[in-house]
Design a protein around this ligand. Sequence first.
Ligand code: PEP
Length: 250
Amino acid sequence: MRPLIFAANWKMHCGPTEARAFLDAFLVEHAPAPGREVWFFAPAVSVATVAAGLRGRAAVRTGVQNVYWEQTGAFTGETSVPMAADAGATAALVGHSERRHVFGETIEETGRKVRAVLAGGLIPVLCVGEKLDERERGDTIAVVEGQLDAVRGLDPQALSRLVIAYEPVWAIGTGRNATPHDAAEVHAAIRHHLAAVGAPADRVPILYGGSVKPGNATELVAEAEIDGVLVGGASLDPASWFAIVQAGRD
Ligand code: PEP
């Protein structure tokens, strides 16, 4: 049984002071429910604050939004996996579309990062997704499969620790989102491809991301193939985030 994961990606928002205030507001309302997890991908400078704020809470996790694959050294501005872990991160986003398209991160680099995250004992959340022109050309599955090449060659045990986030680039921060049915179709193709590269694919959670809001979260997580959501903009307000993590609860 895969957990249902609600993951907040705060992007370049919420320094330590704001992060603390966010958690104070959110945790007053939040009550954990069986089979559901709430994850926070904070900027690196806020990871320790978030980890401290969540300490002792059930079914929550602190993550970092990006890491470098080297452990230490002359890489000014970068955060290594051991450093993120020391600050309290137990998961890391890899290959978010903003990393790929704003910072030019390649598939080869995402592969190195996934391996470094696994080697450091953290959970990699590998983000994949097509651009609008790629979707319009009918290339969605080919693009996503190409991005999944980052995990080719990992052994089944390592592959079983992966989380995938399908985030169509045209849906991120735009207010446009894939229909639950369209997203579920891509999720099924991702699962199929993971099985083909040797992953225990039925154990790998696949999240959807792209303009998820309180108003559409329930129909998304109702799809059997959608194991949760990765949420940017709507995770920045404690009330809206609380409404999203309640999605589908009676
Ligand atoms: C994201 O940052 O991963 C994301 C999906 O952003 P938004 O929810 O704002 O589209």
